[in-house]
Structure formats: C-alpha cells, structure tokens
Design a protein. Sequence first.
Length: 95
Amino acid sequence: MTYVFSGNGTTTGNIFCYLNGVQVGIINNIGLLYAHTGDITLGGHTDTITADNTSSTGDYFEGSIAEFLIHDLSLNRVQVRVLHNYYAAKYDLTL
C-alpha cells in the first residue's frame, strides 16, 4: 500500500492511495502538515484524537511492515508502479 501526498505548496493538496500499484482512492483538499508537539506514529497511536477528528485510543496495526519510504517529492503513477514492481520482485509477491 502506498500513500502519495501531492500538495500545491500553500494550503491544500490530495492524498492518493495505491494498492499493488493500482490507485484505489483519493482524499481531496488535505491541508499541509504543520509543526506540532505530539508524536507521529507508524502502525498505531495512543492519543485520543485521530486524523479524522474522532476519539480513539490504542489502535495498532497487527502485521508486519517490511520497509517504509519517505520521499521529498510527490511520486507519479508510473513511479509508484515501478516501486511496487521492485518490491514485489524483492519479496516474491504477486501483484
């Protein structure tokens, strides 16, 4: 699964979700990420407010994350597909 944030450098952008190299969703008009005092977590959170402003505690991902990538640019569909193909070959997965 891949999430790509594509912003316009001011106040809004979009998040594209890819599963096995195929775009399966989009969230429009996402604001920029701003400095904050809370933690950023991968696979779970322990605070009481989530990104969609609902209240929840102790939600954790139950699985394995083999690798985690952060890029300083927004990937296009072809670049996402290349990454998915690379990792499918590396981990012997079928797309």
